[in-house]
Design a protein around this ligand. Structure first.
Ligand SMILES: *Cc1c(COP(=O)(O)O)cnc(C)c1O
Length: 231
């Protein structure tokens, strides 16, 4: 199927159940993104700051850009003018920097706390206790130009669906606990970003509100070896 066909199929499947689609376009060309755009897609995810900047510059201005990968504090300033959601917030330090840069542009930037749910050491994220600690901290409570709208997690890359299911279940459970304790009256705290090409169906069963799909829409990525793989 073409990129446009894939977008249409996903949109049909997800719209009926109220789950948002983030089309993860990292490493893909502007032409590929435009094909998805013409098929109606408006939310695109990138994991490299430089790449997102170049695409944002060149492509239609009604695209909502989501930063889905790990973000280094010193790069926040480049995306602060336009980014619509930062999925990978994994420290108070990063949140403080996002707040500072958002202020300069008179914006409130929406963020998700990335929670570590995988059984792998390579993935970023906050532990459950660390997430609570962040939300309890005085420094966090002073921030006025960021808004935490939910949680994000990446499951273990495994063939074992039971394990993936348990990890997503844990994330949903933590979401409910945090919602009840810290965001009870805030309707904006409502997103659980979980699910990628290989595991989005399990994620949806476990309560995902936002799936991040790359290869299943755009085709396999050619693996690039960046010198600096972190943002
Ligand atoms: C690349 C990436 C995705 C998309 O992965 P696919 O398996 O291609 O769907 C989703 N989330 C994050 C954080 C990513 O880096």
């Amino acid at each position: 199927m073409s990129i446009a066909d894939n977008i249409k199929a996903y949109t049909k499947e997800l719209n009926s159940i109220g789950v948002k689609l983030v089309a993860v376009s990292k490493t893909k060309s502007n032409e590929d993104i435009m094909e998805a755009y013409q098929a109606g897609q408006r939310i695109f995810g990138e994991n490299q700051v430089q790449e997102m900047l170049e695409k944002q510059e060149a492509l239609p201005k009604d695209i909502e850009w989501h930063l889905v990968g790990h973000l280094q504090s010193n790069k926040v300033k480049y995306i602060a003018p336009f980014v619509s959601l930062i999925h990978g917030v994994d420290s108070l330090k990063l949140l403080v920097e996002i707040d500072k840069q958002a202020k300069k542009h008179n914006r409130v930037i929406d963020c998700l706390l990335q929670i570590y749910i995988a059984d792998e050491h390579t993935k970023f994220g906050l532990g459950f206790d660390e997430a609570i600690e962040l939300l309890e901290s005085e420094e966090y409570q002073k921030l006025s130009n960021i808004r935490i709208v939910g949680l994000m997690g990446i499951a273990t890359n495994t063939e074992n669906p039971k394990q993936i299911k348990e990890e997503f279940y844990e994330l949903h459970t933590l979401f409910k606990g945090i919602k009840a304790s810290y965001f009870r009256n805030q309707d904006s705290f409502k997103e659980i970003s979980m699910g990628m090409s290989a595991d989005y169906k399990i994620a949806i069963e476990q309560g995902s509100t936002m799936v991040r799909i790359g290869s299943d829409i755009f085709g396999q990525r050619v693996i690039k070896h960046y010198k600096n793989t972190e943002n």
